[in-house]
Write a protein that binds this ligand. Sequence first.
Ligand code: SF4
Length: 246
Amino acid sequence: MRRDEANVLIGDISCLFGTLPLEDRLAWLQSAGHSIVFTTSLGIEDQVVTDALVSALPSARIVTLDTLRLFDETVDLIEETEARYGISIERFLPEPSAVDQFVATYGMNGFYESVEARHACCGIRKVEPLGRALAGADIWITGLRRGQSAARGSVPFAEWDADRELLKINPLADMSLEDIRLRVAERSIPVNPLHLRGYPSIGCAPCTRAIKPGEDERAGRWWWERDEQRECGLHVAGAASALPAA
Ligand code: SF4
């Protein structure tokens, strides 16, 4: 998508989305006639998006990044979601040679040893596959919410992703976790059972722990790192062009 075209859409979306229910936000994107990809981690927010997307924006591709380090519960939920909605979720896996090189350099769980190694692992298992998943897309839909963490506190409904030259849409940006839980209950949306065991945010199994009362929703992600802004690189400007060599 061209930047000037995206700017027009960003202006429209910024005015409109706050007044529309979720389904109408997604259906509005249909009229733009672009190639649209939704990336799901199968977390509770993404399950809410999937539930709305299948009826409101059925032309969108739904993809997930199978890092090969996911919880069994997450893998099971991929199939359960496909069966529930009659959809196919495209899996994008890391390049085997890159994984082999990482393991040879850092060890299988070397991401605990340094931020450099952790970023290298996320680059191989998440960021590079995401690039393949979004290749050719004009619009990227995510399940980001402002309430998930301080780092996501200013997530807009729409933004230009300069690295990938596409329009990134965050249709849940203004919704609270309570809003999300209400929709799940009302619509019997299938969710990861780990959410009931203290995991509001679920990523790779070795890098996610349950949180304690009062902690930030994403406090269980890479908990051994002290950077309050820690992310895996999927939603960080510059990460797509800063992939590690390993
Ligand atoms: S979350 Fe952990 S296991 Fe998953 S890609 Fe990142 S460092 Fe690797």
